[in-house]
Design a protein around this ligand. Structure first.
Ligand code: IMP
Ligand code: MG
Length: 185
């Protein structure tokens, strides 16, 4: 698979960080591994709208066991260095989780605040098990200790967009990841 895309986007927003081929190769590996780990189990995969939709769509198609999928949506208010902001659910899951095996899939874990908040919320619903999978893990900026069972890529401390990740709501539809340089947009 080729990483080239609308040429006009390249120079404007920054260099390619992970190509489409690199992402797809890793997603296929994760799908295989998760399928082996959950074979024979009632698995529901959960994501937060909207950043995770591309990853979750590819991951689930790389899996070889039957799974259910459900989504949450959240709004974050006023994150500051002091408060880390407040997370509110703006859309809840459609299905109960009690007694089911849950895989919570994230696009990126940065400070860990969002993941921690949602994980705590999911645990209250008494799933049989709860594991975490993230496409991107940026441990250097972590505030809350979180150790995902499945990690696509460990990434350094720079902002990235594409493959679902946005800057002010844009660039989610890039099929690869770009190291975002706001000065160049
Ligand atoms: P956390 O609560 O600090 O872990 O932040 C997680 C959320 O911040 C992600 O779900 C993204 O929406 C956003 N985020 C963090 N880093 C990036 C990035 O490099 N690009 C795009 N969004 C990001
Ligand atoms: Mg975002």
């Amino acid at each position: 698979m080729d990483a080239s895309a609308p040429a006009s986007w390249h120079g404007e927003i920054g260099p390619i960080f992970l190509t489409e081929a690199q992402i797809q190769e890793r997603v296929t590996q994760l799908g295989d591994q998760i399928s082996q780990d959950y074979v024979g189990k009632d698995l529901v995969v959960i994501g937060i709208l909207k950043g995770v939709i591309f990853f979750i769509a590819d991951l689930l198609r790389a899996m070889t066991i039957p799974v259910a999928i459900d989504f949450l949506a959240i709004a974050r208010y006023g994150p500051t260095e002091q408060t880390h902001g407040v997370v509110n659910l703006t859309k809840d899951l459609d299905e109960p989780l009690a007694g089911r095996h849950v895989l919570f899939v994230e696009d990126i874990i940065d400070t860990g605040f969002t993941t921690h908040y949602i994980t705590r919320n999911l645990r209250l619903r008494e799933p049989a098990s709860l594991n975490l999978c993230t496409l991107l893990n940026r441990p250097r900026r972590r505030i809350i200790d979180i150790n995902p069972a499945y990690i696509g890529f460990e990434i350094p401390d720079h902002y990235v967009v594409g493959y679902g990740l946005d800057y002010k709501g844009r660039y989610r539809n890039l099929p690869y990841l770009i190291k975002f340089e706001p000065s160049q947009q």
